[in-house]
Design a protein around this ligand. Sequence first.
Ligand code: DP6
Length: 346
Amino acid sequence: MVQKLKSLKVNSIMSSSPNRIVVESPSNIAFIKYWGKYGRQYPTNPSISMTLKNCKTIMDLEYTFEKSGVELFFEDELNEKFSLRIEKYLCSIEDILPEAKDLGLKIKSTNTFPHSAGIASSASAMSALGFALDKICTENKSIPHRASQLARLASGSASRSLMGPYAIWGEHDLIPGSSNDYALEATDIHENFLNMNDSILLIDKGEKSVSSSAGHALMNSHPYKEARVSQANENFRVMMNALATGDYDSFGNVLENEALSLHALMLTSDPSYILLKPLSLEFIQRLKFFRKEMPVYFTIDAGPNIHVIYPDSIKDAVVEFIEAFTKEHKIDAIHDSIGTGAKVLS
Ligand code: DP6
């Protein structure tokens, strides 16, 4: 079954009031995974992701420069835990955004994708927040990369959602100017990779047993930590080269190696944990079989859902294959495509 994304109720939350801004920011899917961090949310390896188009957060912010706390409404309901988290966050970013600690915010946040879909919403929500804060506090002193840096400090992968179609975060010799502080748009992309799709099979909609933050923390003492860092750096180099030259087979090979390595790290951490479900593996087997007919590859984030990545040219056949599987197993899928990042709506 196709899981329909919500149509945006933008009109109902738009306002021309001067102390109000409405932004949108999408989720992203990492091709080279950020896994492990140190210090102030710095990644232990570089990552690259494809920005999505339709899975996004719409955030409506009313603000004052008089400290009056933070109220966050998620899907129309006040979320006190999240409000507190944002209040703490605002106090922690004073060096980057001096105005932040004196901001009063009323935030209404809504996602186009269902909360229960198990899609990481932190990337879209936190990038929307970082993007909006940068705009609110800009007033002719726009600082390059600040929005991405603000997003990163709220959630690492959010740093990559602001731009598209591809974003790089983390230092690598291959990319001049690449930084652990913020993401950059990847510029050298072959046309073969400009019309890509991401169909997400919602294998299990339940809450994850181990959060990404806990997973990152387990990497600090992981026996394969060093090996992972060098693998990720090498995979990053091969991925960038494949994306630049249009080498689809090499792309697919590294894409799947990254996804399976991520889950292998979970299987071998102490304590170990397993986020994949039997149906995730069943689908991977089927996809490998289907690959004999169609050049299609998968990736997986820190959860059981499978992301099928493919170009427009084989879209009909891939969607038909996915729909047959989702129908057979009574699960949903979301069909999304490549996007360009965050924008101001009003
Ligand atoms: C597996 O960005 O969710 O999706 O920085 O603690 O908020 P925090 O973690 P988060 O980690 C995402 C990990 C990943 C891979 C990726 O997106 O690169």
